[in-house]
Design a protein around this ligand. Structure first.
Ligand code: 4AD
Ligand code: MG
Length: 471
């Protein structure tokens, strides 16, 4: 046996009379007048393939093992199917059961299991319709992203996961250390647990200084863009915020393009083109999965996605958006006013009620954005851009970067950060500085948008959130 096989998705295209084998997991088995009908799935496509076992073909003892969840290979011949919905089926002549699944104990047996329950058995959920569809879309979206950038001459770069720089103050960080003896929790006199410290001196720690899991690859991507022009990273990022919302993960994947010789306008154009092309690719290649989400998860999903691909995104300044929100007459839980950060209820009102499609907001007050964003002439706002999507809120965050050394130094100090650790970042502005811009797309936020799944924990194989690192 090797990896080369006829996938279930290919079986549908075989001509009647073809001898073949069908590998997969049994979704259901139904018996009628001595004939057994098996729905088989191997995750290669949304549809199950029907296998028919005529009376007497397979011994009773073996037939008993062909239950929901069992892993099998059927050998047989493709025949025209009298059943509706499929042209062909497999008429089985033999079977090998690789692994049975005791019907009384198989956790996925239950029909209509809730998404919350499926999260507890995340190691088995890829076998179901919903998560098969989610993970196929995830794989296709990743491919579409790489294709998008490759076509435009961007270089795919890999930025570090462990970093000693405080990155950008994007969020609380996870510290990486070997200074604690992790398997030696001590009971302290006050009854609390503590870990034994090998050394309290950060210089004795593994990297010789405090180090963290990265919150973003942006700063490193900038260094490479200012030498290779157009680059992007696509990797895991980490935020230790203690927020258990349906839109936040402690470990999530981010796509970060960075472009030299590019301003905010060019950055917005790329972000819009990017979302449209990736969503268009999913509409082209994940039709069956999208139909399922459209039918079972999010009504009008297909219509919405087609609309996104064909209509221009609305572009507004932060100041214009705040004025609209103030004049909306809505009773928001959080007050809106110039200078405050927008809450998800505000983002949703703008995208869902006011505009009805994605909105790009620009030129935010500098106080609520990171130090590296280029300052506008007004001295109050920066060249930031957030792409907001209906249902999701912020899906992309980016900016034109501050390329002027003196302004950047002043902004770092103003933000209460020390200059010294940014020496290399500042060097880019000392030597051959260039106007440049970039953005970060939350990969899981995109997947929520295109699948209609309501909880970000359900668009990643294994979610990391406060209190959960299982599997
Ligand atoms: O807006 P953020 O914090 O921007 C940055 O990190 C920049 N350095 C990006 C850049 O310009 N290169 O994060 C970017 C995106 C957000 O718009 C959101 O989609 C997603 O990352 N994101 C999260 N997704 C899941 N869980 C979280 N905790 C997230 N925090 C941000
Ligand atoms: Mg942001």
């Amino acid at each position: 046996m090797d990896y080369r096989r006829t996938y279930v998705r290919d079986l549908f295209n075989l001509a009647p009379g073809t001898e073949t084998s069908a590998f997969g997991w049994v979704k259901t088995r139904r018996d009628s007048k001595g004939v057994s009908f098996v729905q088989l799935s191997d995750g290669s496509c949304f549809r199950d393939f029907q296998v028919v076992i005529a009376a007497g073909t397979i011994s009773e003892d073996v037939l008993k093992l062909i239950t929901t969840g069992a892993c099998v290979r059927f050998d047989g011949v493709v025949v025209e199917s009298p059943a509706a919905g499929q042209a062909v089926e497999l008429s089985a002549s033999g079977v090998e059961v690789f692994g049975g699944a005791d019907a009384a104990n198989y956790p996925l047996q239950k029909k209509g299991a809730t998404l919350e329950y499926l999260r507890e058995i995340a190691h088995l959920r890829a076998r179901g319709n919903t998560f098969g569809a989610v993970f196929r879309m995830r794989a296709q979206a990743a491919q579409a992203i790489h294709q998008f950038f490759a076509k435009r001459g961007f270089h795919y770069i890999q930025t570090p996961i462990i970093t000693a720089s405080d990155a950008e103050g994007a969020g609380a960080m996870f510290q990486v250390t070997t200074a604690l003896e992790v398997n030696a929790p001590l009971e302290a006199p006050d009854g609390q647990f503590a870990y034994r410290l090998r050394s309290a001196n950060p210089e004795h720690d593994f990297f010789g200084k405090p180090s963290y899991l990265t919150v973003s690859g942006q700063l490193e991507a900038e260094t490479i863009a200012l030498g290779m022009t157009n680059v992007y990273t696509f990797g895991p990022t980490f935020r230790a915020e203690n927020s258990s919302t349906s839109r936040h993960l402690a470990e999530f994947w981010m796509v970060e393009p960075e472009m030299a010789f590019c301003d905010l306008e060019g950055n917005m154009n790329l972000a819009e083109e990017f979302l449209k092309e990736v969503i268009g690719n999913l509409l082209d290649f994940c039709g069956d999965d999208l139909s399922f989400f459209n039918q079972r998860i999010e009504p009008h999903l297909l219509e919405t996605l087609e609309h996104v691909v064909t209509s221009p995104f609305e572009r507004l300044t932060y100041t214009e958006a705040v004025t609209m929100l103030e004049q909306s007459g809505e009773n928001f839980e959080f007050p809106v006013g110039w200078g405050t950060d927008l809450q998800s209820e505000h983002e949703r009102w703008l995208t869902e009620v006011k505009v009805g499609r994605p909105v790009i907001l620009t030129d935010y007050p500098k106080e609520i954005k990171a130090f590296y964003m280029r300052q506008n002439e007004d001295g109050k706002t920066v060249r930031a851009m957030d792409v907001l999507a209906p249902r999701i809120g912020e899906i992309i965050g980016g900016s034109q970067r501050e390329e002027r050394l003196d302004v950047l130094e002043a902004r770092i100090k103003e933000s209460g950060l020390p200059l010294e650790p940014y020496w290399w970042y500042l060097d880019l502005r000392r030597f051959g500085s260039a106007p440049h811009a970039g953005f970060g797309l939350g990969f899981e936020r995109l997947l929520m948008y295109v699948t209609g799944m309501k909880n970000i924990r359900d668009v990643i194989p294994y979610h990391r959130t406060p209190g959960n690192a299982d599997f």
